[in-house]
Design a protein around this ligand. Structure first.
Ligand SMILES: [Zn+2]
Length: 312
């Protein structure tokens, strides 16, 4: 097996147990000695990945009762403010914005409401696309790879939030993104911050992650795909080392998970999903429009999410 990023052999590499990789047949995370990227020991086929994500059971954020969406954003979330500040963007200049893995589409919606920019969303999840449609956001219900094959447009700003850790080939993924970017345009990436603290404090990596980047490995990959570094750092909750007792419980839980038949795990999942659905039934459309005021810490890697702003 070789590293999917730098092609170094992974034969004598360090590995740790992948706590919840069972559904995707991955049991270990292997770390490359050269570029420090962590990757799963087994890469599922596209079909296996597709089945996995279609069984997650996404829910719509809120019921779209009104026929037409009437509410608007009147301010940007701090994430977009930070990107515009670091890229010296004058908001009077029109841009083409692409959000890959747009989710509920709040960033597209903000740029559309406030500046009337051309925004496009790529979202493989059908349920999430219902919201994008409701908000009148131009969306593509497919993967980036399928979008890329037919796309002829170039973009000035591309956002990739919590996506890169899920794709089976981050190297070709970023190379292709580079090709659809205008010169002097920007790419925002955020991913889980998988440094030593992450591996000492994680209680799950359940959600189909195939790659585990830290500050060094994400910079290595950015350089390899011909991007220039503008800013790097972290945001979100602080990664705290867990106590011996907490770690013991986590290990025990993942051990039980490993040896419990999938049938039982699926039953439990169904039960949890219904409970979760019930709990969130009162999420309102108004709350979607409350701005997030997340803080971004440059050159600081103590928080759970890693960000990198790149320029082509
Ligand atoms: Zn490597």
């Amino acid at each position: 097996m070789i590293c999917k990023i730098c092609s170094e052999s992974l034969l004598h590499s360090r590995k740790v147990r992948f706590l919840y990789g069972k559904r995707l047949k991955s049991y270990f995370i292997i770390f490359c000695n050269k570029c420090e990227t962590g990757q799963v020991n087994y890469f599922p086929s596209n079909e296996e990945i597709f089945t996995f994500y279609n069984n997650i059971g996404t829910q719509k954020l809120f019921e779209t009762k009104n026929k037409k969406n009437l509410l608007r954003f009147n301010k940007l979330d701090s994430l977009l403010e930070f990107i515009f500040f670091k890229s010296n963007h004058n908001t009077k200049n029109f841009i083409n914005f692409l959000d890959i893995g747009a989710g509920t589409g709040r960033y597209c919606k903000q740029l559309q409401d406030l500046f009337n920019y051309n925004v496009e969303a790529i979202e493989p999840d059908k349920t999430k696309c219902e919201l994008l449609k409701y908000f009148n956001i131009k969306y593509h219900n497919e993967t980036f790879e399928d979008f890329y094959k037919k796309n002829k447009k170039k973009f000035n700003l591309i956002k990739l939030s919590q996506v890169l850790e899920h794709v089976s080939n981050p190297l070709s993924f970023l190379n292709n993104i580079n090709k659809i970017m205008e010169k002097n345009s920007y790419l925002w990436i955020d991913i889980p911050n998988c440094n030593e603290n992450y591996f000492n404090s994680r209680n799950n990596d359940l959600v189909g992650h195939l790659f585990f980047f830290n500050a060094k490995s994400i910079q290595y990959l950015s350089k390899l795909t011909n991007f220039k570094l503008i800013s790097i750092g972290s945001f979100g909750k602080t990664l705290k080392k867990k106590s011996f007792k907490e770690n013991f419980i986590i290990k025990l839980k993942s051990f039980i998970y490993l040896y419990t038949p999938l049938l039982l795990l699926n039953l439990r999942k169904k039960y949890m999903y219904n409970r979760y659905k019930y709990k969130n039934i009162n999420f309102s459309e108004e709350s979607y429009f409350i701005n997030s005021k997340m803080k971004f810490f440059e050159n600081n890697f103590e928080n759970e999410k890693l960000f990198i702003l790149l320029k082509k």
